[in-house]
Design a protein around this ligand. Structure first.
Ligand code: PMP
Length: 419
């Protein structure tokens, strides 16, 4: 069946394959949490454009604003120039997101992707501190360019590129050394020992929950401990919120839960609101030491994205959206716990937070589930070094019916695989 449908690729076969997983269909249309392929089959989306579609496909209110802007011949591309669309986004971001949270950041448009944001943060941290080393963590994922890859803790992603690993320091993420080991104490033992041979890092880059790395959530205590280490040793704290930001874990920023205030924050994916490329690097005002031209790029003025990004912030004007995410997260968590308990032979472990949850299995099982689910109309990603985790990452706007239907397909697939 799958091989029959592979034929629908037709001329797309000339497209170089670089994504790690393939979904054998040619998609035509999408709305909310659903997609339809060229043959009219429908799919529930538990993948959400790898986190770029937190507000679903073609959200109507954003679409309307986008169409109006296009009809009125709005600027589409403006590099670094000032435009009304950019000003409106910045004003809304300050008013709706930063001020109510008591945060004061300058906002940089580092380029269109999450990787661009990470690169800008790493460069700025080195410039500001005069130090060179960047500390990152086991199983981290920060992007695909050489600098971002150097702080990525995944040998598979690094393979083939001969990534230079000088001036990087990979340390154990929360839980990596076992649940009972405090890796913050372990990390500090290197930093405080002049005999360790480690030069003090310019910055620490961290995901509060590792999405690509296998849905590993750091505890609040660990994140607070890390922020304290940064204070003590003069390291800047960079939170990579490219995937966990924009509400994925329940609050707009993933670090709001534990009250830490990073020096730099990397954002992309859903910040554009409509799947349009856009990224932000937030920095404490005193860190803005860029000289003109020091971090350039052609595609930093995507005004279509500014229009939808400003509209997306409407969701965050009250607490209601966060509450909805929490309710749906509870529904997902209960369903996953029930599924895992019903098939003890698969030894599944439920992981995650907010609408970034999953089940870890022994290697090989999650990929089978993902393939079978796709056959049955559910798009599901896997994550982790051995693709051992099934990742449940629907649009945050998915309704209860969509969520329950998707979870039912997942349950059936897991039961069928267990037999
Ligand atoms: N950081 C994190 C945490 C990510 O999950 C990703 C993308 N999966 C990136 C950075 C890179 O973003 P992009 O693919 O837009 O370059």
């Amino acid at each position: 069946q799958v091989s029959d449908r592979l034929q629908v690729f037709g001329n797309l076969e000339s497209n170089v394959r670089s994504y790690c997983r393939s979904f054998p269909a040619k998609f035509k249309r999408a709305s909310g949490h659903q997609l339809w392929d060229a043959e009219g089959r429908s799919y529930i989306d538990f993948f959400a454009g790898a986190g770029a579609l937190n507000y679903g496909h073609n959200p109507p209110e954003m679409k309307k604003k986008l169409i109006k802007y296009l009809v009125e011949d709005g600027i589409s591309h403006s590099l670094d120039m000032a435009t009304e669309a950019k000003e409106r986004f910045l004003t809304r971001f300050n008013d709706v997101i930063l001020k109510p949270r008591g945060l004061n950041y300058k906002i940089m448009f580092p380029g269109p992707t999450g990787t661009n944001s990470v690169e800008s943060a790493l460069k700025l941290a080195r410039k500001v501190t005069g130090r060179q080393t960047i500390m990152s963590f086991t199983n981290a994922f920060h992007g695909m360019t050489l600098g971002a890859l150097a702080v990525t803790g995944n040998k598979f992603k690094r393979s083939g590129a001969g990534v230079p690993l000088n001036h990087t320091l990979s340390m154990p993420y929360d839980g990596y050394m076992g649940r009972d080991v405090n890796s913050i104490d372990y990390i500090e033992s290197f930093l405080k020992d002049s005999g360790s041979g480690i030069s003090l890092p310019a910055a620490v880059i961290v995901e509060t929950l590792q999405g690509e790395g296998g849905i590993n959530a750091a505890s609040d205590e660990w994140l607070i401990g890390l922020a304290n280490l940064c204070q003590t040793y003069g390291m800047l704290l960079i939170v990579d919120d490219v995937q966990m930001g924009c509400g994925r874990t329940g609050t707009f920023f993933s670090f709001e839960h534990c009250g830490i205030v990073p020096d730099l924050v990397c954002m992309s994916k859903s910040i554009g609101g409509y799947g349009l490329p856009m990224a932000l690097t937030l920095m404490k005002p005193e860190l803005d030491l860029w000289e003109p031209g020091e971090h350039n790029g052609t595609f930093r003025g995507n005004n279509l994205a500014f229009i939808t990004a400003a509209a997306a912030l409407d969701y965050w004007e009250s607490q209601a959206f966060s509450h909805e995410i929490e309710e749906k997260a509870e529904l997902v968590c209960n369903a996953l716990v029930e599924i895992v308990a019903s098939v003890p032979e698969l030894k599944g472990e439920v992981k995650g937070k907010g609408l970034m949850q999953g089940i870890a299995f022994e290697a090989g099982i999650a990929e089978k589930i993902s393939a079978l689910a796709f056959e049955r109309g559910l798009i599901l990603e896997t994550s982790g070094t051995d693709s051992e985790v099934i990742k449940i990452m629907p649009p945050l706007t998915i309704d209860r019916t969509g969520l329950v239907s998707g979870l039912q397909i997942l349950k059936d697939c897991i039961f069928d695989i267990a037999v």
